[in-house]
Design a protein around this ligand. Sequence first.
Ligand code: FA5
Length: 339
Amino acid sequence: MQDKLTQIESEALPKVAASGSLSALREIELEYLGRKGQITQILRNISQVAPADRKVVGQGANRIRQAVESGIAERRAALEEAEVQKQLSDPGFDVTRPGIHPGRGSQHPLTQVFRQLESIFSSMGFEILDGPEVETDYYNFQALNIPEHHPARDMQDTFYVESGQVLRTHTSPVQIRAMKERQPPLRVVAPGRVFRYEVTDASHENTFHQIEGLMVDRNVSVANLTGVLQHMLREVFEREVRVRLRPGYFPFVEPGFELEFGCVFCEGSGCKVCKQGGWIELLGCGLVHPNVLRESGVDPEEFTGFAFGMGVERLAMMKYGINDIRYFMSGDLRFLRQF
Ligand code: FA5
């Protein structure tokens, strides 16, 4: 073993010094230091050396390994430098030519809108909550005052999973979870993905996003609801936008409203995005129904609350002037690169 080491010591460094290219150097590195390299093998089989010689052989092998390693590192730096110099001295090499820019990604427009909404609502003291996408019938419907066989179930066409659970059709189940887990006063928003068994068109997807809002306290009124929504819209659009509130039916609020936008694509004259109506529905809202408060353990005699559920794609469409909701999930880079 000792003889072998002496032989390696006398051979390896001259070979390193004589190597003429990076690939030749790599070969030498593998020959001595690779997994099956000569020095590696000696160190690995040190247990086979007679105990009396083991220390000397071990120390010797380590010393030679370090010497070879640093010799290779030095030679590699010299070869790389020589390569750079060679390229620079090539008359065809243009140092002023721009480098290759690595492609830079950007956030998906929906992510940008979500981040903005989260920051707006946080600044108004709302907490951000999450909820499951696969929900129980209880949270998605029953606790929201939609018992089995209630006609309101047909308002949202539902995907059922084999276990009998549903893909949540809205973010409203998080209202119930929030009220059951917390005590009023509370202010929460719950952004997330929802699913509906629907035919898609320019303003409808079968998988889309909502952000749910809920505030429960003493004396919460419709004025609080409209104040919060107006502030949110002003912040998102950085200007006043044309909206209207009209009565809307949702079993879990009373009274209930729908907030609509004046269509930015046709300025109200009618187009495919607003289905010729001139207005686009952005959100449903209202004061939380006493049955829902009671079911969630909140006393409706003491507390009132408002809730809303907003379509985030619809908001992003208006903000960025996107005239077809299907672009968001298309994965089309020509679309995504614009954000
Ligand atoms: C709801 O989902 C209620 N949970 C909203 C609510 C919450 C009402 C709290 C009262 C209190 P609706 O089905 O209308 O309601 O959907 C709410 C919003 O989601 C719509 O205003 C719209 O902006 C968006 N939306 C609904 N269906 C689709 C769809 N297929 N594609 C894209 N966006 C949709």
